[in-house]
Design a protein around this ligand. Structure first.
Ligand code: ASP
Length: 338
């Protein structure tokens, strides 16, 4: 009898889904999508962007390679981009209509479907960490404004004077946007139009798959230049700018936030995978080109699925983006046609 039980046990073990023989990991980032054109880029600027993207992704990759969590990889990778004045997140974020700073960020854990977000904060050095704290140490998913800044202080997160975030480049950009958007102005030169388009974007985001099979996604932004009335975009909205689910994928978006909220971009990609069985690339193409674009919006997304397949899709001329696989192969791209 004992023998029968033992054999039954062995058969049962054999039928059970075997743990993945070849665990993999991967990480993908973006530094914003938009009208990024070769003719407006100097060789030095381009090299600077590529170098910060590479630096950021290597931080997350090292964490994943050492067996660290996708959450930590996403957080620490985004810190590098929040610290860089090149991107519209943390230091170097775009300015509001009254020349101040209002930062948004969100994070989602694909294993638990836990999520956290903050919006309109002014003093938190690393907004992505505040979003993670909201997820882990508050009973809520989203905090905003002064309350969110206060929460970060209570949690012991690093805070800075609002001036820390403000760069000359963004002060000049705000002046140009405000001049171009004066109510009495009714026509714009092609250069002005291009400039206005360029000012809209620059959010940063990161998605990662760790060796335990857990997915995570995070997004951090200053929003849109000259935003008013405490405008909030898609970046801090779970399901629009950020989504992660171990059953499908992790997604971070960048683009014209109003359209990304209306299209529920990040969750929509996951839903197409979950309910229609679409591969990540196809799902992202469908949402960006057949949904967002048809409404009149533009932008891009990066994503990774539970098997480590990577996606970087956009309907803009460019998106700062990078990917690193478990072998350490690095891909850094800026223009759409690369
Ligand atoms: N999606 C962001 C927003 O609308 C902007 C960006 O991606 O750069 O706030």
């Amino acid at each position: 009898m004992k023998k029968v039980i033992f054999i039954t046990f062995l058969v049962w073990m054999g039928c059970k889904e075997a743990p993945s023989a070849d665990p993999t990991f991967g990480i993908v980032i973006h530094g914003g999508a938009g009208t990024i054109l070769r003719k407006n880029m100097t060789a030095e600027k381009e090299a600077e962007y590529r170098s910060v993207l590479a630096e950021a992704i290597q931080v997350g990759h090292a964490i994943l390679k050492a067996g660290g969590s996708s959450k930590e990889a996403v957080e620490k990778t985004i810190h590098v981009m929040e610290d860089s004045p090149l991107f519209n997140a943390g230091r170097g974020a775009v300015l509001t209509a009254d020349a101040s700073i209002e930062l948004d960020a969100s994070f989602m854990d694909g294993a638990t479907l836990d999520a956290g977000a903050i919006s309109g904060v002014k003093t938190i050095k690393h907004p992505i960490s505040a979003a993670i704290k909201v997820m882990e140490d508050s009973p809520h998913v989203m905090l905003s404004g002064a309350g969110a800044d206060r929460f970060a202080v209570e949690q012991g997160l690093e805070t800075v004077e609002p001036e820390y975030f403000i760069t000359e480049r963004r002060v000049n950009a705000l002046k140009r946007v405000q001049d171009a958007q004066k109510p009495q102005k009714t026509s714009w030169s092609p250069t002005e139009k291009e400039f206005l388009q360029q000012q809209r974007y620059g959010t940063v985001g990161c998605v990662a798959l760790d060796l335990s099979g857990n997915l995570a996604a995070g997004t951090s932004t200053g929003g849109m230049t000259n935003k008013n009335w405490n405008r909030i975009g898609d970046a801090p909205i779970i399901g629009a700018g950020t989504y992660a689910n171990n059953a499908t994928c992790a997604i971070s978006a960048t683009g014209w936030g109003e359209y990304f909220i209306r299209s529920v971009v990040a969750h929509d990609i996951s839903a197409l995978m979950e309910y229609k069985g679409m591969p990540i690339q196809e799902a992202a193409y469908e949402v960006i080109h057949n949904k967002v674009a048809k409404l009149g919006g533009d932008g891009g997304v990066v994503g990774i699925d539970k098997k480590g397949n990577v996606m970087m899709e956009m309907n803009t001329p460019g998106m700062y983006r990078a990917h690193m696989d478990s072998e350490g192969k690095l891909t850094v791209k800026i223009y759409k046609d690369e």
